[in-house]
Each structure stands twice: as C-alpha cells, then as structure tokens.
Write a new protein. Structure first.
Length: 274
C-alpha cells in the first residue's frame, strides 16, 4: 500500500505517529481502558505533534495534508488504542472539517486555528434518539429571537462531549414561525444553556468520552449558523446521481442481467422507486 499511495511526506508522518503511539500510548493503553479516560497529556502531545489539524489548510493553522495522510495517522493510532484514534478523528472530521468546508470565512478564521493547533477540541452533535444517520428527522430546534437562536432539544452518543471547547450541532432553523430546514450552529461549550450528561458505559472505546447533551434555552449567535439545508439543491443532486447511476448501469452486464432492464430510462425509474 505504501508504494501505491504514500509519498515521502506520508512516510515521515506515519513513522512519527507510529513512534508516538508505541512510546507514549501503548504503555498506558490498558490503564486508559480500565479508567475510561484519556490523560490530558496524551491529547496535548498529539497537539504538539500537529496531529489535530492534519487536513486543515495551512492558512488556518493546519498541516494542509491530504486524506491519505490523515487516514494513515488515524490508522496508526488505532493500531495501539482505538479510543485515542476516535478522539482525534472526531475532533478533526466532525469538529473541524464541517467548519473548514461549509463555514463562512469569518468562522474559519475565528475557530480553525484553535482547532487545528489542538488548543480547543471540537465535537459535532448530530445523533438523537429519533435521528441517527437520518438527519432529516432531527427534533432539536433553534428559534430566532432577535439576533440569537434559542436552542432546545438534545443529542446522544456525542464523542468528546466534555473535552470539547467548541460544538457544532444540527438543528431545525425556525425563523418567524417557519422551519427553514436543517442547519448547523456553532456554540462554545461554556454556554449556560448546555448541559452535559454522565459518561456512557460502552462495550468498547472505553476511554473515549461519549455523552448525552441537553439544550435548555441555549442561546447561539445568528451569525454562527454554518449552513441551512437547501432541499431544492438536495433533490437536484439526488436526481443527477440517479441519472449517472442509470447510465452506468446499462454498461454493467451483471446489473442488466439481474434486473432484466437494459434501457437507461427504465433503470432510472427502477432506481427511483427503490
């Protein structure tokens, strides 16, 4: 795999992470699992090594490396301790990248340097009792009140809950009594309306910080909305994807033989009704 995907920069990163994991994490991995906690020293060391902002652009304080580098670093950590790996991965993929990808320039400049340096840990609140991967079923609401949103609801199974200084959460955006769709709101975790539940007792990843979050009239600034869902665009992308799949399916012998369909229009209708 190394020769296929790795360049010299990737190799140097992997060697560094491997050495750190074996030297600093491996000797205390059993104790971390037993105590259900990652020492703050480990997180600080990862920050010092630049592991908390691997894919974040350099202009915002990150390493600006590619997905291969990021995935390889997570893999090396996971080989030694999965809880440490998911702590870093949740901070990066969920706590930082949504802002890097969809945030405003002001939000990026305000938050990404602290996230990329590891000065602040990030978390992302999506999962609810009735809305896991189905974000459209989100029950949490953010009602516009002046220049702030008042958030009520809650999240479950949120990684880095009590460690994070910054939380991005999905919520229904309500303005003037109208639901504008699902959006993401950035809040700092010292918010008085945010209540953090006790650590979950899990079958694995014991040292990973996983908790329930409660929003009780929690206030968030209007300008801290990352993005509101545009259902017209989502529908257009869905139909475009179906069109691409149906055209491709006519060229795959296995699909046409199994479905008995050869015309792309018929395949499109078939996929649409799945």
């Amino acid at each position: 795999m190394d020769s296929l995907f790795f360049n010299e920069e990737h190799t140097l990163l992997v060697d560094m992470v491997k050495d750190f994991a074996n030297t600093e994490i491996a000797p205390i991995a059993h104790d971390m699992d037993k105590n259900c906690e990652i020492p703050k020293k480990i997180i600080s060391q990862m920050a010092e090594l630049g592991l908390m902002g691997i894919p974040i652009p350099e202009k915002y304080g990150g390493a600006g490396m590619d997905t291969v580098a990021y995935a390889a670093a997570v893999l090396e950590l996971a080989k030694v301790d999965a809880s440490v790996a998911i702590t870093m991965a949740a901070h990066t993929s969920l706590g930082s990248l949504p802002i890097a990808i969809a945030g405003t320039e002001e939000q990026k400049q305000k938050y990404l340097p602290k996230l990329a340096s590891g000065e602040v840990l990030g978390a992302f609140g999506l999962t609810e009792p009735e809305a896991g991967s189905d974000a459209g079923s989100t029950k949490t609401t953010a009602v516009l009140d002046g220049d702030e949103y008042v958030v009520n609801g809650g999240k479950i199974f949120i990684t880095n809950s009590s460690l994070a200084g910054l939380l991005t959460l999905t919520t229904n955006i309500i303005e003037n009594g109208e639901n504008k769709g699902i959006g993401a709101l950035i809040v700092e975790t010292d918010n008085s309306g945010l209540k953090i539940g006790p650590k979950e007792k899990k079958m694995g990843w014991h040292a990973s910080d996983t908790r329930q979050l409660f929003f009780e009239n929690m206030r968030g600034a209007q300008y801290e909305i990352v993005q509101t869902a545009n259902y017209e665009n989502l529908l257009w992308l869905y139909l475009l994807a179906l069109e691409i799949i149906s055209d491709y399916s006519t060229m795959t012998k296995v699909f046409t033989e199994l479905s008995g369909l050869e015309d792309s229009d018929l395949i499109f209708d078939y996929l649409l009704n799945l």
